[in-house]
Design a protein around this ligand. Structure first.
Ligand SMILES: [Fe+2]
Length: 276
């Protein structure tokens, strides 16, 4: 799997505080089946964007430490940028805020507001040849209440990354259902961990992949967890064919979710019977 969103670099943001913790996250990600993980520390303001040049150096140091431990995991540089005009200033100044050497940029989605001028920012990035990837919009309470506000953005080429933890219900029912809705509308292009630690917010993609296989099938799951991430690494275009918003699909999807959960629960029951 390729994980395009994580906070694995030590001493950069609210991720790990030490290199040892970062190695532990890497160990968990590799054991979970991740081959490449993008290190995407939060950056919000001009003075933080100036430190984007440090990300590659920090990635190199972490990669060396991971290799020394015999952990098979590639780390790629990136940034999770907070949407503001400072992003455009950073891009225009040539600061390395995109994902590796691609023209994709991971845009943070605030949980409680849609920042002023957000739509304009997306279009301004696109006119500079950059494709924004909106991180975890399913967690935004504003978007949970009115998911159709994403429609004009995805229909004009913005991509969407949802968190593995959302489909597992870790951020609550609203986030889970909103991700379901996005999946049904083909508004999701990546599933990523947004890992922050080796504890509660650890990288756990494989569990989400199992759930996605059940819900959307093998082809779409592979696009979300493997192929589209690989396209970023290769500098290729990520395909996108979003459907028009339809509130009816929400009901249909919920039925599928309930059926899927029943399957999961009966499997768990089966496993516990086998163990006992
Ligand atoms: Fe994040």
């Amino acid at each position: 799997m390729i994980d395009i969103h994580s906070h694995i670099l030590p001493e950069m943001d609210d991720g790990p505080e030490t290199i040892e913790e970062a190695i532990e996250i890497a160990r968990l990600a590799a054991a979970d089946g991740t081959k490449t993980i993008f290190a995407t520390p939060h950056m919000a303001e001009t003075n933080e964007f100036a430190t984007a040049t440090c990300v590659s150096e920090s990635v190199r140091e972490l990669q060396k430490a991971i290799d020394a431990q015999g952990i098979t995991l590639n780390v790629a540089p990136g940034v999770e940028v907070y949407p503001s005009d400072d992003v455009l200033r950073a891009v225009d100044a040539g600061l390395p805020v995109k994902l590796a050497s691609s023209n994709y940029l991971l845009l943070d989605c605030p949980l409680n507001i849609i920042p002023m001028g957000f739509e304009q920012l997306v279009f301004s990035l696109q006119t500079r040849g950059i494709t924004p990837i909106l991180a975890h919009p399913e967690r935004s309470v504003v978007i949970q209440e009115k998911p159709q506000i994403l429609e004009p953005l995805v229909s004009r080429g913005m991509l969407v990354q949802c968190n593995a933890s959302s489909i597992l219900g870790i951020h609550g029912r609203q986030a889970e259902e909103t991700m379901m809705l996005f999946l049904q509308h083909k508004w999701v292009h990546f599933v990523a961990s947004d890992a922050h630690s080796a504890g509660r917010r650890r990288p756990r993609l494989s569990e989400a992949v199992d759930t996605l296989l059940n819900l959307v099938g093998s082809e779409m799951t592979q696009e979300l967890a493997w192929h589209n991430g690989q396209r970023i690494l290769n500098g290729e275009k990520v395909p996108s064919q979003p459907l028009a918003y339809s509130p009816k699909t929400r009901r249909n999807w919920l039925h599928k979710l309930i059926a899927s959960r029943r399957g999961k629960y009966s499997e768990n029951k089966l496993e516990s019977n086998v163990c006992s």
